[in-house]
Design a protein around this ligand. Structure first.
Ligand code: ZN
Length: 108
């Protein structure tokens, strides 16, 4: 964990070194595991495995900064403050991300 200061609030973030535990080679293999033309097109931001379109709406999302850190979802971070936006992650990666750092969007 690393502490960053945003608008005078101290925020703990999960650094890339902490979440990025899968090798580049393994990520490339993960991306090939499923045929993206039939199952989905959105890779898990953390491991590269394609997330099925069927479950994308109910997937967990992480908030990543431009440094590659995971930002707590309850704290606002604007684009100009270093937000890269929210990205979906697969079910297995979601298991190792604490609940403060992932969220689901309401399915309508
Ligand atoms: Zn993953």
């Amino acid at each position: 964990m690393k502490t960053v200061t945003v608008r005078e609030i101290e925020v703990q973030v999960i650094t890339r070194d902490e979440w990025d535990v899968i090798s580049h080679e393994q990520k490339k293999q993960n991306a090939k595991k499923r045929n993206s033309s039939t199952f989905g097109h959105e890779p898990c931001k953390l491991c590269g495995q394609i997330i099925s379109d069927k479950v994308l709406d109910t997937s967990w999302f992480v908030h990543m900064t431009t440094d590659g850190d995971l930002f707590p979802v309850a704290v606002e971070l604007g684009d100009h403050e270093g937000s890269q936006g929210f990205f979906p992650i697969g079910a297995s990666c979601a298991k190792r991300i604490a609940k403060e750092y992932k969220k689901k969007y309401e399915v309508k």
